[in-house]
Design a protein around this ligand. Structure first.
Ligand SMILES: Cc1cn([C@H]2C[C@H](O)[C@@H](COP(=O)(O)OP(=O)(O)O[C@H]3O[C@@H](C)C(=O)[C@@H](O)[C@H]3O)O2)c(=O)[nH]c1=O
Length: 181
């Protein structure tokens, strides 16, 4: 497994070794020992899967404490541009983001720590799969509007398909007023 650090502490890309032969392929999508070695959380308590048609954008989502979630994300089919925004108020990189081109053929993954806003746009019809360190809790759901002017994320698509719920998310300045004082 290749590990690529990003400019944001705790946010990493994992690129597994894919073994191909005449039957197909094999790779390890999670290995507890590796996560322990990397100092990453090892206990994932919920696995999720979603399917998005090309052009769908989901995000930017997070859950508030005590239900904050770390997420190990990847695509099973297709390709997405995955976005993780540092929304840890005390972080020196608050408001910065990283993108990952997650591709089923590469099998690459991103580990997104607690306290990050997360979203993705499907560049092809894509099945998205992720492991979470905490369970879903509707009352703890939070987020920031995908096209927030302060974040100014380059999603690489115009007019994505966004849910009504996500269209109602607020800008960063409203969600984190104290950080902008
Ligand atoms: C996230 C989630 C949703 N649901 C339900 C609620 C709702 O009726 C339906 C669809 O939910 P959503 O529209 O929130 O699904 P979606 O927009 O795919 O939400 C996901 O987006 C990505 C970007 C993330 O980072 C995830 O953590 C999660 O927030 O599924 C669960 O039952 N459990 C869950 O864990």
């Amino acid at each position: 497994m290749q590990v690529r650090e990003t400019s944001i502490s705790g946010l990493i890309e994992l690129i597994p070794r894919v073994f191909e032969d005449e039957r197909g392929y094999f790779f390890e999508s999670y290995n507890k020992t590796l996560f322990a070695t990397l100092g990453l959380p090892m206990e994932f308590v919920q696995d999720n899967q979603s399917f998005s048609v090309k052009g769908v954008l989901r995000g930017l989502h997070m859950q508030n404490d005590p239900f904050a979630q770390g997420k190990l994300v990847r695509v099973i089919t297709g390709q997405v541009l995955d976005v993780a925004v540092d929304l840890r108020p005390d972080s020196p990189t608050f408001g910065q983001y990283e993108t990952f081109l997650l591709d089923a053929k590469l099998a690459n993954m991103a580990y997104i720590p607690e306290g990050f806003g997360h979203g993705f746009v499907a560049l092809e019809d894509s099945i998205f799969s992720y492991k979470c360190t905490n369970v879903y809790n509707k009352a703890s759901e939070a987020g920031v509007i995908w096209n927030d002017p302060d974040l100014n994320i380059n999603w690489g698509v115009s007019n994505p398909i966004v849910s009504e719920k996500d269209m109602e998310l607020k800008p960063l300045r409203e969600v984190f007023p104290t950080v902008f004082v």
